[in-house]
Design a protein around this ligand. Structure first.
Ligand code: ADP
Length: 476
């Protein structure tokens, strides 16, 4: 099959979260199954230019708000995988991907309308006729609609699939965006792109795509229920074929403790000795006192947003820190949410280390050196860090929601790979941490849990096969 794959962030070129990991790895996994994938993404200022070549395809998109000249660059990341970069300096040559300290960029509706339209226009210019248009999140929400309208002639047999990586980001804009983007008012209806008197780009994608998927079966159930649907559950339930949940894979080459270049020592499920070296390095690098005898080192990595439940940790951790446990934290994001960590670190300077910023090497070292990985997300579509942590022997402690529930098996069953808890409350988190301490006191039982996690298969091959089945359904 030929797959057109517009995405607003793609590893290793641009990234704010898990979407980038998926857009970087899934195309490669699909290509190794024989498909041809064309990824289309913005040429942000931060995209490294090395290895990119400018193409002869330049075109101008016509919008009521104005003309947008687009030049394109491309590179081949694997056999049958081309990544096309949209060079539109007025829109993408900026400090960050979606916004700055003042908030989201005010012209995001236009910026990502350009991504959706340019992906289709560029494919047409290149003579790439896709069997499937596979878009991601609100940033590509206009593409399935465009496929049914302006591009229906060029691509009459192309099916569209939209994957929701996080329902919390809906791409809502004032309705004045409709005429600016050239959408008719007849679309501004509850069965169309209207959502609470705004234009919702995510809803647009959901309504007009032939199939909708999300990144875990449990999250698929959650978002089709009134409790988890954020107002879109009705639209999602109405989709023919339902919402298909497919758990993300991980890049098992980048995330392999036996070959990881970021680590001072390597290890595997057969020989865990190198882990102690990584733990030591982590403590030294972050200038932490080693935890008290028999007490664990906890690791936390993630965007600093309300979703990730850091406030629960701020309240739950002190009693464990008092007893000599330690915690390392890495995260980028809102200043307000950094404050809770700063307060904790000031109170326990030798037990708590907090790094704000984005640091891939440190992320690897935290997975390799911490004893438990904490992820009390209030909701979590899939989550990647708990997958890395299982592969690296950092036993995950997670809130049993979304992808966390689907990928971490609690110890209680006897074949567990981690500790899960129900309810986003401080009590529940403390109960789970107490269970972690108990497990840690029995080195043999702890090592068994580590090994079971390390042997789990989280490769992309399985997920790619599941996407292939969605693509094939009802192929036109
Ligand atoms: P989300 O997509 O909600 O941010 P995921 O767990 O699905 O959460 O994916 C987050 C990805 O970003 C993972 O690959 C994680 O390792 C990485 N990551 C997040 N924050 C940082 C950071 N501050 N430094 C390095 N990597 C980070």
């Amino acid at each position: 099959m030929r797959i057109l794959f517009p995405a607003s962030e793609v590893e290793p070129f641009s990234k704010t979260g898990g979407l980038a990991d998926v857009a970087g790895a899934l195309p490669v996994a699909l290509a190794s199954r024989g498909h041809e994938v064309r990824v289309v993404t913005p040429l942000y200022r931060t995209v490294p230019r090395a290895g990119l070549t400018q193409t002869a395809r330049a075109f101008t998109l016509q919008f009521p708000f104005g003309e947008v000249p687009v030049r394109t660059w491309e590179t081949t990341v694997a056999e049958r995988v081309t990544v096309v970069f949209l060079d539109v300096p007025s829109m993408f040559d900026r400090e960050q991907l979606y916004g700055d300290a003042r908030g989201d960029y005010p012209d995001n509706a236009r910026r990502f309308a350009v991504l959706s339209m340019a992906a289709l226009t560029d494919a047409q210019a290149a003579g790439f006729v896709p069997d499937v248009l596979h878009g991601h999140d609100w940033q590509t929400g206009l593409a399935p609609l465009a496929l049914r309208r302006g591009y229906a002639r060029a691509f009459p047999h192309t099916r569209s699939v939209l994957t929701i990586h996080n329902l919390a980001y809906q791409g809502g804009f004032p309705k004045s965006a409709l005429p600016e983007l050239g959408l008719p008012w007849s679309d501004f209806v509850p069965g169309g792109v209207e959502f609470w008197d705004h234009l919702s780009m995510l809803k647009c994608g959901i309504v007009f795509a032939d199939a909708v998927t999300t990144v875990s079966p449990t999250y698929a159930r959650e978002i089709t229920s009134p409790q988890g649907g954020m107002g879109l559950d009705g639209v999602l339930r109405a989709k023919q074929g339902g919402v298909v949940g497919i758990v993300n894979g991980i890049d098992t080459t980048e995330w392999n403790p036996a070959t990881d270049v970021y680590l001072p020592a390597r290890f595997s499920d057969a020989d865990l000795a190198g882990r102690a070296v990584c733990r030591q390095r982590l403590l030294e690098e972050l200038r932490l006192q080693p935890p008290a005898e028999g007490m664990p080192l906890f690791g936390v990595i993630g965007r600093m947003v309300e979703q990730k439940g850091a406030d629960l940790l701020h309240a739950a951790l002190p009693v464990f820190l008092e007893h000599g446990a330690a915690v390392v934290v890495l995260g980028a994001g809102s200043a307000a949410l950094q404050q809770g960590w700063k307060t904790l670190a000031a109170r326990y300077p030798l037990r708590v280390s907090v790094r704000f910023g984005y640091d891939t090497g440190l992320a690897h070292l935290i997975e390799a050196g911490s004893d438990f990985f904490l992820m009390p997300s209030r909701f979590e579509p899939c989550g990647l860090n708990q997958l890395y942590s299982q592969r690296y022997g950092a036993v995950p402690v997670v809130h049993a929601v979304g992808g966390l529930a689907d990928t971490v098996t609690d110890l209680r069953g006897g074949d567990g790979t981690g500790i899960t808890f129900l309810g986003a409350t401080v009590d529940a988190v403390q109960g789970a941490l107490a269970r972690a301490l108990e497990l840690y006191l029995s080195p043999q039982a702890y090592a068994e849990v580590q090994r079971r996690g390390m042997r789990r298969d989280f490769s992309w091959a399985r997920s790619a096969a599941a996407y292939e089945a969605v693509y094939a359904q009802g192929a036109r």
